[in-house]
Design a protein. Structure first.
Length: 221
């Protein structure tokens, strides 16, 4: 198999031991579950900590004080760093951390997200804003709020992640963090080609800039 494969871009979680083994056979670039400390495997990533913190700071700037967080498994680096950004923003804005407002789901699943959001938003003390690590989660949260008679963004503001198509056709449209997906793949290929042409090329960890796209889910009329 490895006589035919010349390079690999990882888009899924790979066991650390297996990744090390593979890296000894052919060039690899991590685009998921990246290890910023690695000296052998390059990576392309987004500054998830910075962007998550910026998104939550934006919610605080709009007067929100009770911000919840919905994530997938923390074994994935992007989820871990997004949570860290969320926690840092709470701390810098002197907001209390409510442990039951930090939701970790085992997978990116709409029904799970809808159920978890419905349960949390049904509580007597509920958040007035949400940061979700995917636009799918954000849409589930918005629909759960609507089911409970809550108004978005008046009663609940929601920010998603990735700027996928349905974030623009949701009602209301979803404020989200835009990640430059084309540049993501292009940069990964550039790193691999460099490694093939120059086997001793240094390991690089490149962080691409993201952007907060403001839409109706955080815009008061």
């Amino acid at each position: 198999m490895f006589n035919e494969v010349k390079m690999v871009i990882t888009l899924n979680h790979i066991n650390a031991a297996l990744l090390k083994q593979l890296s000894q056979l052919l060039p690899i670039v991590q685009c998921c579950d990246y290890d910023l400390e690695s000296t052998t495997v390059s990576s392309v990533n987004f500054d998830d900590l910075k962007m998550a913190r910026s998104a939550v700071d934006h919610l605080f700037s709009l007067g929100r004080r009770c911000v919840a967080f919905m994530s997938g498994p923390l074994k994935y680096s992007d989820n871990y760093y997004r949570k860290e950004g969320y926690l840092q923003s709470l701390k810098s804005n002197r907001a209390d951390l409510m442990p039951n407002w930090v939701i970790h789901l085992p997978e990116i699943n709409y029904n799970m997200a809808f159920s978890a959001a419905t349960q949390l938003l049904s509580q007597p003390v509920r958040p007035d804003a949400f940061l979700a690590i995917s636009d799918l989660f954000a849409c589930a949260i918005i629909n759960a709020a609507r089911r409970l008679g809550l108004r978005v963004p008046d009663d609940l503001m929601v920010i998603g992640y990735d700027n996928v198509d349905y974030s623009m056709i949701s009602s209301p449209t979803v404020t989200t963090i835009n990640t430059p997906k084309f540049q993501f793949g292009y940069t990964a290929c550039e790193l691999l080609i460099e490694k093939i042409q120059i086997p001793n090329a240094i390991t690089q960890h490149i962080s691409l800039p993201s952007e907060l796209i403001i839409r109706e889910s955080t815009t008061l009329r």
